[in-house]
Design a protein around this ligand. Sequence first.
Ligand SMILES: NC(=O)N[C@@H](CC(=O)O)C(=O)O
Length: 425
Amino acid sequence: MTDILIKGARVLGGEPADLLLRDGRIAEVGTGLTAEGAEVVDATGLVALPGLVDLHTHLREPGREDAETVYTGSRAAALGGYTAVCAMANTSPVADTAGVVEQVYRLGQEAGLVDVQPIGAVTVGLAGERLAELGAMADSAARVRIFSDDGFCVADPRLMRRALEYVKAFDGVIAQHAEEPRLTQGAQMHEGDVSAKLGLTGWPAVAEESIIARDVLLAEHVGARLHVCHVSTAGSVDIIRAAKARGVRVTAEVTPHHLLLTHEKAESYDPVYKVNPPLRTNTDVQALREGLRDGTIDIVATDHAPHAAEDKECEWAHARPGMLGLETALPIVLDVLGEQWDLIAERMSRAPARIAGLDGHGNDLVAGAPANLTLIDPTTRWTVEPTGLASLSHNTPYAGMTVPGRIVATFLRGVPTVLDGKVQK
Ligand SMILES: NC(=O)N[C@@H](CC(=O)O)C(=O)O
């Protein structure tokens, strides 16, 4: 394994420094470093961040390899600056057994571009009726710690309580897709003035908020860890803020698209903007940004949801919800937060690594740490081209948009997975 000498990188946006990567770790950080035989990477003007960690990625394998595979999703992740992603369980078959999570884990290792950490389903087949084999998945080679029925809500409070009790034993976490299904039957978009105007059935904010309110109480009662997926409303931010103030063990994520886009996008009837939970109002967007800044929302997670053309290029009502995220997350967050590098590192690397229990990730870029990092050119703006993305699917809501921040290089345990903006496999 060749040593790598990164010259002149601004760690977390600070003063230029050199980083020597050796044997999978950062061997040295300093100025004027030299290393015989090392491959030199000129990082003048580039910002170094710990490799990003995505707690919410849909990789679609097994089952929908036409939309994404573990390999293609891993390429997209590396190009987005990620060194670890957590793969959601709504595959086909569902990742509700040790066998399936081990398969996804192995596929991730074979791809070798990011660490793929499978998430296990909470209930068998995501059907919300009985608990899946949580213990078997936790004890498997994939060492599952996050369980989620994402795409569906664990709506039955008794089942949710049992799941929280079960994972408490090994400090696992239930990642809830908060959507009271009885309040969203037939829903197509956010319930509000735009849905009324377009005549589309609405998905009211209270469908999310009522489940989060219930779940923080359940988590408090059980003393277990709850993680709230893709928070999308101002009311949800308030509930989580109050729960945290009371000491409830709750963490939360927001997606880049909920930080930027609003429900007016549906006026185009372009299903690329159809997503679950739906795009909301500008008031919600502002509250989510505030929640992200003040730490009520712990992390940014992509909810990367690739869909094949036939599932997206159709009538709004028939289109599947979901949008791509991995390759555009950092640029969108940079656009929203500005160059607050330490905050970005916290919300996109350190905190997600902590929540997921991924010890090798989200570390400070200091001597001795695993060499998982990414180099970003903050000054280059680029235009998002759906067919130019590495994902097998093209359903990005940012097509044609010019965004700041280009990922120049990514390193996984000292091995370049992206160099010069090009994936290495
Ligand atoms: N977030 C989405 O809009 N879609 C997700 C599942 C889901 O949460 O509905 C998907 O798997 O496509």
